[in-house]
Design a protein around this ligand. Structure first.
Ligand SMILES: Cc1ncc(COP(=O)(O)O)c(C=O)c1O
Length: 382
């Protein structure tokens, strides 16, 4: 079945008793047992909840995996994956990484004795050079947040297989609609479902998919032990949002391409990062592993003094953290999402004080371009 159909049908036909087309929300935290030693399959919602379970099963299908797990946030999902590692283990990850993941590695990871090397994973030789006997995993973001760097997933799978490493991909920017890393050979996929999957800036959630039963069991045990599962109301919101993912992603991409092309022509813009632009250095690699480019763009302005007045003068773009929703957002990575990364480190891979990131929504592209055009015009007059 095609992914558009799986998405639109999420939750339908799951409640055979009533025929409810919209997935029922089971708020119950506990479930009665038919008799001693018997269970309906549900005992206590931290372990398994009927609404969350439908989301998990249907999400797993999208990633072509037998196991899906839903968490209270993307960070809770990543934390559960990182719990697979113990003191002495080493992880190689993308240099240009979501700031929250960097913080997790540098705080909780470090405390647990897990060491991390940040390399340009777009360069397989850099990854190979960072391998040490204790290396257990590759943790990849592609495209990366915020400079949209691309990592060759086929090359990473090859390295992972050769060195017996777990290959983990944060697929937040692409969603399973555009990129399915497990089908390419990755072991674990994580998502901040708060972004494109939810799509409406109204639910915080994380998802993990894997094809490996032992990994799934270990992650589920961790989730059940610490209680980081997604609540039923949020699981329903996520299913509701995901039904329109295919339509939204197509429109995000259409708008993003138009905006990226327009930004490239602006004299105040010195760099535009978007994998859909033919001059993106890894455009070809991205095309081999993904079926779309998504709706995220980053661009650098001529003078960092323009950043604040630009942010103050956009009226349609909302100056806010996060991404992937129907409404267009503009973010200042150096001051927001990546503020926890030391300046010298973030600048070494392009997160400068003049970099802005836009999450292109599904509004009319003309209105989005007009908004940025008027903001640039105002800033030039200052
Ligand atoms: C690529 C990526 N991964 C993970 C996360 C964390 O997700 P959440 O905010 O849902 O905890 C984010 C959040 O922005 C993200 O952009």
């Amino acid at each position: 079945m095609q992914i558009e159909t799986l998405l639109a049908q999420m939750g339908n036909r799951r409640d055979v008793k009533t025929g409810a087309v919209s997935l029922p929300i089971y708020h119950s935290t506990t479930f009665s047992h038919p008799s001693v030693g018997e269970s309906t399959g549900y005992d206590y919602s931290r372990t398994k909840n009927p609404t969350r379970f439908v989301l998990e099963e249907e999400f797993a299908k999208l990633e072509q995996a037998p196991y899906g797990m839903a968490f209270a946030s993307g960070m809770a999902a990543i934390d559960a994956v990182i719990s697979l590692f113990s003191a002495g283990d080493h992880i190689i990850t993308s240099k240009d990484l979501y700031g929250g993941t960097y913080r997790l590695f540098e705080t909780i990871g470090k405390k647990a004795g897990v060491t991390v090397s940040y390399v340009e994973t777009g360069d397989a030789d850099e990854v190979k050079a960072a391998l040490i006997p204790q290396t257990r995993a590759l943790f990849i973001e592609t495209p990366s947040n915020p400079t949209l760097r691309i990592t060759d997933l086929h090359a990473m799978v090859k390295i992972a297989k050769e060195h017996n490493l777990l290959m983990i991909v944060d697929n937040t920017f692409m969603t399973p609609y555009c990129q399915q890393p497990l089908a390419l050979g990755a072991d674990i996929v994580v998502h901040s479902a708060t972004k494109y999957l939810g799509g409406h800036n109204d639910v915080l959630a994380g998802l993990v998919a894997t094809r490996d039963e032992a990994i799934a069991k270990e992650i589920l045990t961790y989730q059940n032990t610490i209680g980081s599962a997604l609540g039923p109301q949020d699981a329903w919101l996520l299913v509701r949002g995901m039904k329109t993912l295919a339509l939204r992603m197509a429109r995000h991409e259409e708008n993003a391409l138009l905006l990226a092309q327009w930004l490239e022509q602006q004299e105040d813009v010195t760099k535009v990062y978007y994998p859909g632009l033919p001059n993106h250095p890894m455009a070809e690699v991205h095309r081999r592993q993904a079926s779309g480019f998504g709706g995220m763009i980053a661009f650098e302005v001529r003078d960092e003094a323009m950043v604040v007045p630009l942010l103050n003068n956009v009226s349609l773009f909302t100056y806010a953290e996060s991404l992937g929703s129907v409404e267009s957002l503009i973010t200042y990575p150096a001051g927001q999402t990546h503020a926890d990364i030391p300046k010298a480190i973030r600048e070494s891979y392009g997160v400068t004080d003049g970099l802005l990131r836009v999450s292109v929504g599904i509004e009319h592209a003309d209105d989005l371009i007009a908004d940025l055009a008027q903001a640039f015009a105002l800033v030039r007059r200052l």
